[in-house]
Design a protein. Structure first.
Length: 413
């Protein structure tokens, strides 16, 4: 065979083998790491994963079955408090709330879910009309609440990017929201007056996420993970070559950094202790997928793996090697400027409690942004969390639990 034909044939063969390997191992992962909650089918046929807990009267983790009839979906036991619904950060999932849910569920029903592409939810729709919008993500949540039988009004808790979605939901459907908690949330003004540098970061981020889709689809991401796990099993003491250190963002820059593709890993303070193997593997994957081009200013993004339970660390390493994960990131990044603009255009003064939490040591600009959010309502308030990074719910879960309980109490008053 002509050598010029042999090279593309070999590349094609490797790509086909990698894709087949990813498909087989992906099915195996789905059996080994099943969803902790329930998959709900939306009217368009897509499935979103959600975890519910019915509060102090019911100790079950999952939402009730369809045997409990209710208008519009499944029933939940009666409780005086509104259901607390959690919106995760960019490229994050229900996993990020694991340390908060039990504490909040002692006072109120809780409900957390995975946006399209994240966690155990189906991949986002491609859509012939272009990238998905923030409003479409809000409508996904609203449809999910209906299918799951979650009664309105609800209390929305949004972290980072999820804070923008929570604010848009409240602006679009004010009668359906009884309270709002913003956990070091992104501010719309960050992205409506976007600099040329941040616009470039968004563009690069979408490109890198697109690269991640193919790296995962062809088994490259899985190969990196397996090599990292093998290296740790063989006695290597540090992260995979070039893997960024764990860091956290205290000034809301996580969303700006996420613009660089969410391929980063979290933080500001390097951790000296050796990382667990799943953490090393997961971070090696995103570093390889983005070719290691993201600097410290672009970190604060992926869930801080070391602060999760050991079981969730194992699970997260597998979730980050799925093509739908990177497809979801790409769509969320593409929607960001429009989402921020729609929040600003539609938001009106509120008459519900609004609690705002800032990560510790916020900049003056960050304080001003958070204070403006608190002033959306005369019942609003703003607190600065004890020493922590951007992932307040993992660094200081008791602070988030206390804030949610405070808003629940205000809503019930």
């Amino acid at each position: 065979m002509n050598k010029w034909l042999a090279i593309p044939a070999a590349v094609g063969g490797l790509a086909a083998a990698g894709a087949a390997w990813q498909a087989v191992e992906g099915r195996r992962d789905r059996r080994r790491f099943p969803p902790p909650g329930e998959l709900f089918t939306l009217p368009d046929g897509r499935r979103l994963h959600a975890i519910g807990r019915d509060g102090p009267r019911v100790s079950e983790l999952t939402v009730r079955s369809s045997a409990d009839p209710a208008p519009g979906g499944r029933a939940r036991s009666g409780a005086a408090a509104p259901t607390v619904v959690f919106e995760a950060a960019l490229a994050a999932s229900s996993i990020g709330w694991e340390q908060v849910l039990p504490g909040v569920a002692a006072d109120a029903p809780v409900f957390t879910y995975d946006r399209a592409g994240m966690g155990w939810s189906d991949a986002p729709p491609r859509g012939a009309g272009g990238p998905r919008t923030g409003r479409e993500m809000v409508e996904d949540l609203r449809a999910l609440l209906a299918v799951a039988g979650v009664p309105r009004p609800i209390i929305l808790v949004g972290h980072s990017y999820g804070g923008l979605l929570a604010r848009l939901y409240t602006a679009l459907y004010p009668r359906e929201v009884a309270g709002l908690v913003l956990v070091d949330a992104a501010a719309p003004e960050q992205w409506t007056e976007i600099s040329a540098q941040d616009r470039l970061r968004l563009k690069v981020g979408r490109h890198l996420a697109g690269r991640g889709v193919w790296a995962a689809r062809l088994g490259v991401a899985r190969l990196v993970m397996e090599l990292a796990l093998a290296r740790r099993a063989g006695g290597a003491s540090g992260p995979g070559a070039g893997a960024p250190e764990l860091t956290t963002s205290a000034d809301g820059a996580d969303v700006r950094g996420a613009a660089a593709a969410r391929g980063a890993v979290a933080g500001a303070e390097p951790r000296r202790a050796a990382r667990p193997a799943p953490e090393t593997a997961a971070r090696a994957v995103v570093t390889a997928v983005t070719f290691g081009i993201l600097g410290p200013s672009d970190r604060g993004l992926l869930t801080p793996v070391a602060q999760l339970s050991p079981a969730m660390r194992q699970t997260l390493a597998r979730l980050w090697i799925q093509p739908k994960f990177y497809a979801g990131i790409r769509q969320q990044l593409a929607a960001l400027p429009g989402l921020a603009a729609e929040v600003q255009a539609r938001e009106r003064p509120l008459a519900i409690p609004v609690g705002v939490i800032s990560a510790s040591e916020p900049s003056p600009q960050r304080i001003a942004e958070q204070e403006r959010a608190a002033r959306l309502s005369p019942l609003g308030w703003h607190v600065v969390a004890p020493p922590c990074g951007h992932w307040v719910q993992l660094d200081q879960p008791e602070c988030v639990i206390a804030a949610v309980r405070r808003v629940v109490a205000q809503a019930r008053a």
